[in-house]
Design a protein around this ligand. Structure first.
Ligand SMILES: [Zn+2]
Length: 357
């Protein structure tokens, strides 16, 4: 497989072209991310301190790597009174659940968890999976994760009930996947708010091409999901104008070694041995998404992520290739377990790539 000679994007990346030196257009057009700084972060934290009825801020916790580090920083380093919120996702990996319990015990924080109606998440996953299999459009693969996009509505409700003025998430600047943007008609350097307004139209166009996504029982949660999908999406910005919503790694450098070192030592944080990397093991649907991306595009979010880290000088190209060889190996056993749990035919796992176009 041909890859860019500077980053690791393969020739199957949507919209890619290479110049005479074999360098891709995404490397050529890349604008380095500019971080705010710790001073700006402290200003926001200090403004929120003592303002809520019991808590200074909310941290949205999944038990995964970056949200666990975020709560450690907020509670231990900055002395914020933190309320942790977790969506009880039926596909949460048991180790992520254990990590959350350890965090609660070690940091002494309160944790509120909420869930949707029984069977809701499973039903949406199954219906969107069926739609995707009838006509596999890689732009629509994120639809299998639509339920988790609905959590912001609940988080805002909890924030309002405790009068909390600050919500801190563990997002970083490199995980905004470029190929997903390109597939929906966006570009890699667009700002988050402008991207979220425009991609809803891209998504609507793609959904119209597959009527199976348009069944009312999936369509309405889907629309709501995209309107609320994250702190930068239109409804969240509109409905929570008086609540600051920030991502820790827009202020502090994202340093994998420091993050892993600290959470493992101080929070007894773990990830499954069967997982080849520490990123995104917390929800089992992740493996299924990787499977679809590999079948349709020959890449995953990891190719995109490491390419950005290379351009930012955070990892070498050689190390990225070694990691990709391991991490892009999908865990068929986990996917089979997941499909069985929703009574879904596992024959898709042995289908050839041609059947996905
Ligand atoms: Zn490149």
């Amino acid at each position: 497989m041909k890859r860019c000679s500077r980053c690791v994007l393969p020739s199957s990346m949507p919209g890619i072209s290479f110049d005479s030196e074999g360098i891709c257009n995404y490397c050529r057009d890349y604008q380095k991310q500019t971080l705010k700084n710790e001073e700006a972060l402290l200003e926001i934290l200090n403004a929120a301190r003592g303002k809520g009825s019991q808590y200074d801020c909310i941290v949205n916790l999944s038990g995964g790597r970056d949200s666990s580090y975020t709560i450690l920083k907020m509670s231990k380093d900055y002395g914020m009174k933190v309320l942790a919120i977790n969506y009880r996702n039926p596909f949460t990996h048991p180790i992520a659940t254990r990590n959350m319990k350890n965090i609660k015990d070690i940091l002494g924080v309160n944790l509120i968890d909420f869930s949707f109606k029984p069977g809701f998440h499973e039903r949406i996953l199954k219906q969107n999976l069926l739609a995707l299999l009838k006509k596999t459009d890689p732009a629509m693969i994120p639809m299998v994760c639509i339920s988790c996009k609905l959590i912001w509505k609940n988080i805002l409700k909890i924030a309002k009930s405790y009068n909390v003025k600050l919500i801190v998430s563990g997002g970083n600047l490199f995980e905004q996947t470029t190929f997903k943007r390109v597939l929906l008609g966006g570009d890699q350097n667009q700002s988050l708010p402008s991207y979220y307004s425009s991609y809803i139209f891209g998504l609507a166009r793609r959904a119209l091409a597959n009527y199976r996504f348009l069944r009312p029982r999936t369509l309405f949660p889907t629309i709501k999901g995209y309107l609320y999908s994250n702190p930068y999406s239109p409804m969240v910005r509109m409905k929570a104008r008086h609540i600051d919503k920030i991502d820790l790694f827009h202020y502090l450098p994202w340093n994998e070694k420091e993050i892993l070192g600290r959470i493992q030592n101080e929070l007894n944080w773990q990830y499954p041995e069967s997982n080849s990397g520490s990123w995104r093991f917390d929800c089992q649907i992740g493996h299924l998404k990787d499977f679809f991306y590999l079948k349709t595009l020959g890449l995953t979010e990891k190719d995109d992520f490491y390419s950005k880290l290379i351009r930012e000088g955070k990892i070498s190209r050689e190390d990225s290739l070694i990691r990709l060889a391991k991490e892009n190996e999908v865990d068929i056993v986990e996917i089979r377990k997941l499909l069985k749990s929703i009574n879904f035919d596992t024959a898709i796992l042995t289908a050839s790539s041609d059947q996905f176009h």
